[in-house]
Design a protein around this ligand. Structure first.
Ligand SMILES: *[C@@H]1O[C@H](CO)[C@@H](O)[C@H](O)[C@H]1NC(C)=O
Ligand SMILES: *[C@@H]1O[C@H](CO)[C@@H](O)[C@H](O)[C@H]1NC(C)=O
Ligand SMILES: *[C@@H]1O[C@H](CO)[C@@H](O)[C@H](O)[C@H]1NC(C)=O
Ligand SMILES: *[C@@H]1O[C@H](CO)[C@@H](O)[C@H](O)[C@H]1NC(C)=O
Ligand SMILES: *[C@@H]1O[C@H](CO)[C@@H](O)[C@H](O)[C@H]1NC(C)=O
Ligand SMILES: *[C@@H]1O[C@H](CO)[C@@H](O)[C@H](O)[C@H]1NC(C)=O
Ligand SMILES: [Cu+2]
Length: 658
């Protein structure tokens, strides 16, 4: 019996890795597919077993003479960075990343998520989709549904809209960082003018990758520190001095592929890279997704300027840049003209670390160019005083002078199709200051306003009366930290303005904040003060009064407000209420702030969190309990879950009196 079970399991694994994808027929109204969630091994093949990389190809473990050997099909192996010690990943349909799902706007998408894991629960979240009228389909464990147990299937049904570049990923613990993500592309039936003339489009997903240890181990290290080869590993830093984390990445993967660059020998292991094939004199659209657990990536293509046309599903007024920075959870779409000489060009995704050089690589291959990709050394576009580089979406304002690089921050970006920004109506306007930071003295939780988030132990949206860890029950406050199910109630149709801040004693890291259920309007950003020649951070932005503490730097900043009281009720100078960009994920720079607005017209229970996996799982999270009385009815037969009741039982064995 047991061996039959094993055979069944290996049959499931044979589905593994075939570069599969699902594209819905343009004329269908309903698109139905499935995602089978299972574990898989990197650098492993069903028949050939262990694999090694050489010359950009893959070979069976016992090959001695590669000239005489037939390489293994790259599409049948999850290579990651080619590190030969196999690593366990959690994946959809056997591939890292999972299959791209492509549908057309307004189609109904039905996805059966089957949990074939041995030990873990699963959920799948559709990142960026508002899930209007379908808040139960958002895929967040213990918020919008019960996690899917091994052997169970959960079926998502929702309208695919609006069009744009989205993605799906697990919303249980740190599973996304273990490989459980993929692209969701919603196409227009009639693409707008801004993308006319595009010959073909590519999806490019980048993630950070540590082949030595996974995120579970990183969680433990995050608390106490990491030692490697008898040397303590410190947080790496960006130019401004803001920190990243103890989870460091040796490699970055583009569409699941990368190669390990040895920092000491400066050689790489010749693992295969993702290749994007183009024809000279045609234009191509790249839809880039940062699926990383922690790191932002600066994306560039050697010798090819990027015309950025969209972010997070919304078109922007095009900007031409040398590179664009994507923080975890963000998407940017750009167009390139393949007008260079026929050849191979490096596509680079580089972290912003100044003390480490972690890079993701892929290849732009012109039809007719050499196919021996391993010897490509196209050189990075030089930033010169005579020809400065423009970088979009920096988490700080300045690069050091000698870098000859200028930042375009998101507040300088304009929407390509401006729609009405919700206005301030007396009695229907709410403003919240939310500090995303690590405040505290000895205990410094990942928190929002000093509150470390605790997930409900039930499906929060469908079992609202069973939520037990409300913040009203614990001692939270101006210079205090606490743990509870931090929730903000939003009234139906109110205009809600959030001021995301990153200040006080707990600043020092920039946080990409992601809101479910909405794409917010980014109407203002405020940066800290920097040394304009070195780019180093000096002090936090003084538009915000952190209150509490003896100085702004000592304050926990749990109860921030405007320094100038006349800025209340939306009277803030310099707001863009005409054509601000719409996003679902925005970087909140260390020492800075971001003002965003939504209309509370989407009843649901929406999680909002830092998209750095460790930060959100550790508590930099809260819930928006939006328009609760207007929630649509709970779907028929929606699963329920709960733990054992704790408290004062009068029990003897299993007989309890009520
Ligand atoms: C899987 O890949 C093989 C070999 O490339 C191909 O023949 C087959 O049709 C693919 N199967 C699917 C389901 O894509
Ligand atoms: C996942 O695999 C199943 C089984 O082969 C297939 O039916 C389904 O279409 C695949 N899903 C996607 C999104 O490709
Ligand atoms: C490797 O294989 C090639 C092609 O079959 C052959 O010419 C060469 O002699 C072999 N090298 C060794 C060291 O066996
Ligand atoms: C949302 O609000 C409703 C109504 O006030 C309440 O019953 C429910 O517990 C709230 N949900 C959360 C997560 O606080
Ligand atoms: C929501 O508020 C807007 C602006 O105040 C108003 O025009 C609209 O009629 C309201 N909608 C509903 C459903 O109350
Ligand atoms: C900026 O940095 C330079 C070089 O370290 C230093 O000389 C200068 O005083 C700094 N400026 C400020 C305003 O701190
Ligand atoms: Cu964070």
């Amino acid at each position: 019996m047991y061996s039959i079970l094993c055979v069944t399991v290996s049959v499931i694994l044979i589905l593994a890795k075939n570069g599969s994808a699902f594209t819905c027929d343009k004329h269908a109204s309903i698109c139905e597919t499935s995602l089978d969630i299972s574990t898989a091994l990197t650098m492993f093949h069903e028949k050939e077993l262990a694999i090694f990389p050489k010359g950009g190809l893959l070979y069976r473990y016992d090959v001695k003479n590669i000239t005489a050997a037939t390489p293994v099909n790259i599409d049948e192996v999850n290579t990651a960075d080619g590190w030969e010690m196999q690593r366990v990943v959690i994946v959809a349909n056997g591939t890292l990343p999972g299959p791209t799902i492509t549908v057309y706007e307004d189609q109904t998408l039905i996805v059966h998520v089957k949990n074939n894991l041995y030990s873990d629960t699963v959920t799948i979240h559709w990142h960026g989709l508002p899930q209007k009228d379908t808040p139960y389909m958002d895929g967040v464990g213990f918020v919008t549904q019960c996690p899917i147990n091994p052997g169970q299937t959960f079926t998502h049904t929702f309208k695919a809209r609006p069009s744009g570049t989205y993605w799906y990923h697990s919303h249980v613990g740190a599973q996304r960082a273990k490989g459980l993500y993929g692209a969701l592309i919603i196409k227009e039936r009639h693409p707008p003018h801004i993308v006319h003339g595009v010959a073909e489009e590519f999806v490019m997903q980048i993630q950070d990758w540590n082949h030595a240890y996974g995120v579970d181990q990183a969680f433990l290290y995050a608390d106490v520190g990491v030692v490697l080869n008898r040397i303590e590993i410190k947080n790496s830093m960006a130019l401004d001095g803001s920190k990243f984390g103890p989870w460091y990445a040796q490699s970055a993967l583009i569409n699941g592929k990368g190669r390990y660059n040895d920092p000491i020998t400066h050689t790489h292991n010749e693992a295969p890279l993702e290749v994007f094939k183009v024809h000279r004199h045609r234009n191509y659209r790249f839809r880039v997704i940062n699926a990383a657990a922690m790191y932002p990536y600066r994306i560039s293509i050697d010798s090819h300027p990027l015309t950025v046309v969209a972010t997070d599903g919304y078109y922007i007024k095009p900007v031409v840049v040398e590179s664009v920075i994507l923080h975890p959870g963000e998407r940017f779409d750009f167009i390139i003209q393949a007008n260079e000489n026929v050849g191979n060009y490096m596509i680079r995704g580089q972290t912003l670390e100044v003390d480490r050089r972690t890079i993701g690589e892929a290849i732009l291959h012109y039809e007719g160019a050499d196919q021996n990709y391993i010897n490509i050394f196209s050189t990075r576009t030089q930033c010169l005083s005579s020809k400065e580089c423009l970088v979009l979406n920096c988490p700080f304002s300045f690069y050091p002078n000698e870098k000859h690089t200028q930042c375009i921050t998101m507040d300088a970006i304009k929407s390509n199709d401006p729609t009405g920004v919700p206005d301030v109506q007396p009695g229907a306007f709410q403003e919240y200051f939310l500090n995303f930071a690590f405040p505290g003295l000895t205990f410094k939780p990942d928190s929002v306003n000093g509150i470390e988030f605790r997930f409900p132990t039930v499906s929060g949206i469908s079992q609202p009366t069973e939520i037990t860890e409300q913040c009203s029950k614990v001692d939270c406050g101006e210079q205090k930290v606490c743990s509870c199910t931090n929730t903000i109630d939003l009234n139906h149709n109110d205009t809600v303005q959030f001021v995301f801040v990153n200040m006080g004693i707990g600043k020092g890291w920039s946080h990409p904040i992601h809101m479910h259920g909405h794409s917010f309007y980014v109407i203002k950003m405020g940066y800290g003060n920097y040394n304009t020649s070195t780019g180093e951070f000096i002090s936090q932005n003084s538009d915000i009064d952190c209150r509490g503490g003896t100085t702004q730097d000592k304050s926990f900043c749990n109860d921030a407000t405007w320094s100038d009281p006349s800025w209340k009720n939306g009277n803030i100078p310099g707001l863009n209420l005409v054509d601000p960009p719409q996003k679902d994920t925005i970087i909140v720079p260390s020492g800075g702030y971001v003002v965003v607005r939504i209309r509370a017209d989407n009843p649901g229970l929406w999680i909002m969190h830092c998209h750095i996996q460790l930060h959100s799982a550790d508590g930099m999270t809260l819930l928006l309990n939006e328009s609760f009385p207007n929630l649509p009815p709970v779907p028929k037969d929606f699963p329920t879950c709960r733990g054992f009741k704790t408290g004062n039982f009068d029990c003897f064995l299993w007989q309890c009196s009520v």
